[in-house]
Write a new protein. Sequence first.
Length: 200
Amino acid sequence: MTTHVLEEIKRKLFHLLTLIYVVGYWFLPRDIAVGGMGVTIFVALLIEAVRLNHKKINGLILLLGIHRKSEEQHLSGLLWTLSGAFFTMYVFESPANPLVMRSIVLAALLYAALGDTAAALVGRLVGRTKIGSKSLEGSLACLVTNLIVGYFLLPWPVFLWGAVFSTFFELIKWPLNDNFWIPILSAGALTQLMIRYSFL
């Protein structure tokens, strides 16, 4: 196993810490969860500002090994991940159907946390069939993971199409960072699917 693959595994295991705010969103009142995410983003932004403006501090933080080469002198992907989760929590709300919308948002957040992680790890470890910069094997891992997530949170056939759309979103190379766009676009797709099949 190459050093590059080991570094990717380490980054993705760290990425799974995002499950903390997923759990918080499900168990805490929505306003507290959204507010907490806003505070978390502010703190992360301060840390990034200090890191990028102080070479020694940046060097110490980079020793953790969770930053890509491209992030060493630029904003970390974590900030985009947190921002994507925040906007997903904030935008997708329906006072008339709060439980349905919470299931949609939770599924979208888990797509980004688990589906994207599965795609990256499987793609790095066994990916052979390239689709642009991604791999067929990684995309299949993402699809299976998102199907499992949706099975427990969403009705048929919404969970099927939701998994397909979210896997497609993961496959595309987006501007800024894919972890920003995946939960937002997935929640949007799930909302339309819920309306289409009269669940919302």
